[in-house]
Ligand binder design. Sequence first.
Ligand SMILES: [Fe+2]
Ligand SMILES: [Fe+2]
Length: 183
Amino acid sequence: MTAAPRLPGDPSSAELVERMIRVDHAGEYGAVRIYEGQLAVLGKSAAAGVIREMADQERHHLERFETLVREHRVRPTALSLLWHVAGYALGAASALLGERAAMACTVAVEEVIDEHYRSQAENLGDDPEQAPLRKTIEEFRADELAHRDLALAHDARAAPAHDLLTAGIKLGSRLAIWLSTRI
Ligand SMILES: [Fe+2]
Ligand SMILES: [Fe+2]
């Protein structure tokens, strides 16, 4: 698969890579904060083990993107304080609705991230210079899908107000991606 041809006015490939790293770094940071918020509420519940397992992987994802931010000299998102607060608030609020709602939050976020990482990998195409980044994205995408499956196995679909909750969290996640790519 090759990357789509560039149109006049489109960002250069260096800019595209910078944007990708910026938004992914922001997203992994948000993911860590979501799980910290969930654990603040559910840290002693039956779900704590599985949430901690996912949180550990998100920290690993975040560390990798922190390295990429430094290596590529990417300006991190200016919205990190917002994601610090919003991620934690989303995690805590979903957890307050119960363990199943916390799991539904994970499913909703991971479904959006799956689409997001898939489209990034497609955009990177076969460019050999970007092969390491693409490999990272594909590896993390597989981890995120495993989180989704883990959350589904923990009754995410039985959450109260499941459809509304899912729609709201997906909308918020897409907005966060849009903003962190640009700002
Ligand atoms: Fe992640
Ligand atoms: Fe995840």
